[in-house]
Design a protein around this ligand. Sequence first.
Ligand SMILES: [Zn+2]
Length: 149
Amino acid sequence: MPNRPIHLAAAVPLGTLVAAHKANESNSLQYLAEVAGGALGGAVGGLGPDWVDPPTSPFHRGVGHSVAVSCVLTGLASQRIDAWQAWLREEAARFRCLQYVTVDPLLRAFYGICHVLICLVSGALVGFLAGWGSHLALDFGSVRSLPLI
Ligand SMILES: [Zn+2]
């Protein structure tokens, strides 16, 4: 049965790769932030099903590991993910513009941090989905497999 280190070893690289693929039109800082967000989102998504269904026994799999629930939620999210990322990138660009026109150094730093954080969230969205999927794929291959519902 895959455990936490195995889930992390699969989810973090997968989340990073998916975020890098989705961010390939971004500038360098935005790209790096989205890829880092993909790694973080992948880690959270890769551990997420076991946070929903804590592994206190071999029969711990419930809603968090449900094939049907995960397919529905991932399907809905994947239809909207491009729009969410586009909106986040617009917001990040807005903060970047504010950063360039502001004279106050503290405010400039604040806008720059907002820009990076929004890019991180954009990457974390796709990384999370990839990480969650990798967790279910690894658990599916185990002896207990996954519950349908
Ligand atoms: Zn699990």
